[in-house]
Design a protein around this ligand. Structure first.
Ligand code: DQA
Length: 147
């Protein structure tokens, strides 16, 4: 079993910390990456951490993860609500997937209430701020260990 997990982030999350901090907080993607690496290390897992504003790059990383990884944490950002292509890519991945949203999408506009990705995710974390990423890794570690 591979000890590698992918943490994938969608559009505009490169601006985390600067973008609508009243919604997304003050931590940056670099802070999130460091926290993910520290959490994963506690579980003996390695991390490939990526962010992109381009749908095809996220799809390509999911395809790469098919060959190399035991789990995916994904915050698809706005692609959550629009992308059948990312859903189709995730449907080719045979290991656990945890969907993360920093904000509580259910408290926000109606268009954020639907997620294509939730139909394939083992679990969904929303509204826990950036802590949601480390909680997602904890859960993924448990699922990976359980086989
Ligand atoms: C988000 C929620 C999405 O609706 C939004 O488009 C994002 C970020 C979140 O982390 O709360 O860009 O995925």
């Amino acid at each position: 079993m591979s000890k590698l997990i992918y943490v994938l982030n969608g559009p505009n999350l490169n601006l985390l910390g600067k973008r609508q901090p009243h919604i997304y907080g003050h931590e940056t993607m670099a802070d999130v990456e460091a926290a993910c690496r520290a959490e994963a290390a506690q579980h003996g897992l390695d991390v490939r951490f990526h962010q992109s504003n381009r749908e095809y790059e996220i799809i390509d990383w999911i395809h790469e993860a098919r060959e190399t990884a035991s789990g995916i944490v994904i915050n698809p950002a706005a692609f959550t609500h629009t992308s059948v292509a990312i859903l189709d890519a995730l449907n080719t991945f045979d290991h656990p997937i945890i969907e993360v949203h920093i904000s509580n999408v259910h408290k926000r506009e109606a268009f954020r209430h639907h997620s294509y990705v939730s139909t394939v995710a083992s679990g969904v974390i929303a509204g826990f701020g950036t802590q949601g990423y480390t909680l997602a890794i904890q859960r993924l570690a448990r699922l990976i260990a359980a086989g």
